[in-house]
Design a binder for this molecule. Structure first.
Ligand SMILES: [Zn+2]
Length: 438
């Protein structure tokens, strides 16, 4: 009897994993075919969100203005479903963290348009979802983390001095949701543990207890995170991290959990050579996977260890670009030319803007990885203004070592045209001059 039970479980296990994988891929296909977010999330302004919300309203979704920002921009809440389980989702509390705003619009549009599907109808009858996309519209307009008072809204859960933070607390307190999704973006160079793999998505089942003690809500959040991990592994296996879970009494994730609504934090990073829309799709797949598993109760059979075992986020292992074994020529100082690796990073900007780059490190950087790397061993690297320093602009001229150059020449770039020029994070000249090794 025991043996046949075990055998049965063995037979059942791969099948249920297969079903989950299939569902996640189906969600991705549905997003491909049906998503309505047309602009890259970093390009979405408050007025673009308003256009999206008009579309949601036009198909009978409940959209209402629930508050105003410092600059009197409208903050909206969208409601879908008529079930007993209350799900609260908010995005872009940090103005320059836009991915989830587009993903929420896509998800709500999809749910409303697909109510003829049995599983969507089950969601509609079991859940009520309230979503606040773009909680910080002033920050979003300026593409800055903080609001117009330059307060980090996510550090205002206790003081409640920001209109946006107070609103978030009011919406939670009045409605008392059963589960919250706190939706953010993290630095694109965040890695999965001490690896050189970007953390494309990081998750945190917030405990909401200073001592990190678990309760039923927290356990369910861990299982829902495990559901999202298994869905996301179909697309970004190895690129999923666990967000640092140290308790912060000023942060909304911790406080909303402490006030009685267990919170799941979703932090979207990046994946090299994939654009922002891919990240929107991943978010869409993750939310729907979690919500569906909550309704069909499949989450109750999921092993939370799939989430617990994720490596924690780490930083400092990865750079945007590394130039390997360059001969550095600091012509502005009487320093002998020397050989070194040079690492530069780009700042966060909207997709349409040029991201400034800055020198991060110089020397033997053999233990680090660049998203892009170049073999510079046949070249002189000439820094802007003739001195390579940490924190200076990542603008370089490259000259083949075999060339005879008078480095003291006044207008070096004009008199001796370089073989390659790297400026503002891209090759302005000689894109193929240096061998690309990564
Ligand atoms: Zn954030």
């Amino acid at each position: 009897m025991k043996i046949s039970h075990a055998l049965f479980a063995l037979l059942l296990l791969p099948m249920s994993i297969q079903t989950n994988a299939q569902t996640a891929r189906q969600f991705a296909e549905m997003w491909d075919k049906q998503h309505v977010s047309r602009i890259l999330p970093s390009q979405v302004r408050h007025r673009d969100l308003q256009k999206y919300l008009e579309e949601l309203k036009s198909i009978s979704l409940k959209v209402e203005e629930v508050g105003r920002s410092n600059a009197s921009r409208e903050i909206y809440q969208v409601e879908w479903g008529r079930g007993a389980v209350k799900i609260f989702m908010w995005s872009q509390m940090h103005g320059d963290e836009p991915t989830a705003t587009s993903a929420l619009v896509d998800m709500l549009m999809f749910l409303q348009k697909n109510r003829d599907k049995t599983w969507v109808r089950e969601l509609e009858n079991s859940l009520t979802i309230r979503a606040v996309p773009m909680l910080n519209p002033d920050g979003a307009e300026l593409y800055q983390r903080r609001n117009l008072q330059f307060i980090d809204i996510n550090r205002d859960a206790r003081a409640l001095e920001t209109p946006e933070g107070s609103l978030l607390k009011k919406l939670r307190d009045q409605w008392q949701p059963d589960l919250g999704f706190n939706l953010h973006n993290q630095n694109s160079l965040t890695t999965v543990g001490k690896t050189n793999k970007q953390a494309t998505i990081s998750l945190l089942a917030v405990s909401g207890d200073p001592s990190g003690k678990s309760n039923a809500g927290h356990l369910r959040s861990r299982r829902l995170c495990a559901v999202m991990v298994s869905a996301l592994e179909n697309f970004i296996k190895g690129n999923i991290g666990r967000y640092d879970d140290s308790y912060n009494p000023r942060a909304f994730g911790d406080m909303i959990s402490a006030w009685g609504t267990p919170v799941i934090l979703v932090e979207t990073g990046a994946l090299h050579n994939r654009d922002e829309m891919f990240l929107v799709k991943l978010n869409f797949v993750a939310y729907l996977s979690a919500l569906k598993s909550l309704v069909d109760k499949s989450e109750q059979k999921v092993d939370p260890n799939l989430y617990d075992a994720l490596p924690f986020n780490d930083t400092g292992n990865l750079y945007n670009t590394i130039f390997r074994r360059a001969k550095i020529l600091n012509y502005a100082e009487s320093i002998e030319p020397f050989t070194a690796d040079v690492a530069i990073n780009a700042e966060r900007r909207r997709a349409s803007e040029t991201a400034p780059t800055f020198v991060q490190d110089i020397g033997d950087l053999g233990i680090y990885t660049g998203l892009d790397e170049y073999d510079t061993s046949d070249f002189y690297l000439i820094p802007k203004n003739g001195l390579l320093k940490i924190g200076t602009s990542g603008e370089f001229l490259f000259y083949k070592k075999t060339r005879k150059i008078d480095w003291k020449t006044k207008d070096l770039e004009k008199t001796f045209p370089p073989d390659a020029i790297f400026r503002q994070g891209r090759w302005e000249k000689g894109a193929r001059a240096l061998p690309k090794t990564k």
